[in-house]
Design a protein around this ligand. Structure first.
Ligand SMILES: NC(=O)c1ccc[n+]([C@@H]2O[C@H](COP(=O)([O-])OP(=O)(O)OC[C@H]3O[C@@H](n4cnc5c(N)ncnc54)[C@H](O)[C@@H]3O)[C@@H](O)[C@H]2O)c1
Length: 263
């Protein structure tokens, strides 16, 4: 995949999971990378690992002041910003009647409002670059409703709408915005959280749960971090310049139907 070597990337949630993996892949492709995370240790560890062309910024995506500051740091350090990956997010699982307002607010504040604040803070720099790219990290929960995930599902459906609106608004300045929607990947922070919940719920071992998940996927395996990073990097590559407002499922065909009563 051809990615311009001088990309200046800004990745929220870059201290862990998909964000960290995408930071590594972009950096290996020659990009300057600003790793933004609420978890200072996580962000610093990733930036230290990457070495030159990497900057760690501790920031809360729920705070406009934090994100404006983080974007300013990235611009001052690397001379601009043309690539934004919105990966910061939090998960909540629990029966409808048990969800507290606090849990609803936290899930929506980080995963949806945080994405809005991030894009808003970076918009001027992305426009000024003349080649801006935004990828938001959606979820299969943004494509269909799952039980016990009302706040997270609402946030991820909203994120797709946000991405489409931003795509339409920034297109005249040659900024694209696309959303990648992965199924569960058990190796990341959030993936572990979901796996632990399934283990508790079913009484099976993590290995049993993972092989059951793989068996029920049309392609017969679990997704990994590279499957997700490949899709993100595609949208950031020179091959995707005419794609915007697209939602791409990285799910092994999990959304596909079966003939009712036959399977
Ligand atoms: N892992 C999965 O199975 C999966 C599946 C579908 C979608 N996703 C989405 O992918 C994204 C990344 O998930 P992950 O599995 O890599 O999770 P992760 O927990 O490994 O990483 C998320 C990062 O976001 C950071 N973060 C949390 N709140 C923040 C805040 N307020 N401000 C700044 N940073 C904050 C965390 O510190 C963490 O480093 C999320 O948006 C998630 O919804 C994950």
């Amino acid at each position: 995949m051809r990615i311009a070597k001088d990309r200046k990337a800004f990745i929220t949630g870059g201290g862990s999971g998909f964000g960290r993996h995408i930071a590594r892949r972009l950096h290996a492709a020659g990009a300057c990378v600003t790793v933004v995370d609420l978890d200072a240790d996580g962000a610093v560890a990733v930036a230290d690992e990457l070495g030159h062309r990497a900057l760690a910024v501790t920031a809360d995506v729920r705070s406009t002041a934090d994100m404006v500051h983080a974007v300013g740091m990235a611009e001052n350090t690397f001379g601009g910003l043309d690539t934004l990956v919105v990966s910061a997010g939090v998960f909540h699982i629990g029966a409808l009647e048990t969800v507290t307002e606090r849990e609803w607010d936290r899930t929506l504040d980080v995963s949806l409002k945080g994405a809005f604040i991030t894009v808003q803070a970076a918009a001027a720099a992305l426009r000024a670059s003349g080649r801006g790219r935004i990828v938001t990290m959606g979820s299969d929960c943004g494509r269909r409703g799952f039980p016990q995930q009302a706040p997270y599902t609402a946030a991820k459906f909203g994120l797709i709408g946000l991405t489409e609106s931003v795509a339409a608004e920034l297109a005249p300045d040659q900024v694209t915005a696309n959303c990648v929607c992965p199924v569960g990947v058990p190796t990341t922070g959030m993936g572990q959280e979901v796996l632990n919940w399934k283990v508790q719920r079913t009484g099976r071992s993590p290995e049993e749960v993972m092989s059951a998940t793989a068996r029920t996927n049309p392609l017969g395996r679990n997704a990994d971090e590279d499957d997700v990073a490949d899709a993100v990097l595609f949208f950031l590559s020179d091959h995707a310049g005419f794609l915007t407002g697209v939602t791409l499922d990285v799910d092994g065909g999990a959304r596909l139907g079966t003939v009712p009563g036959v399977r």
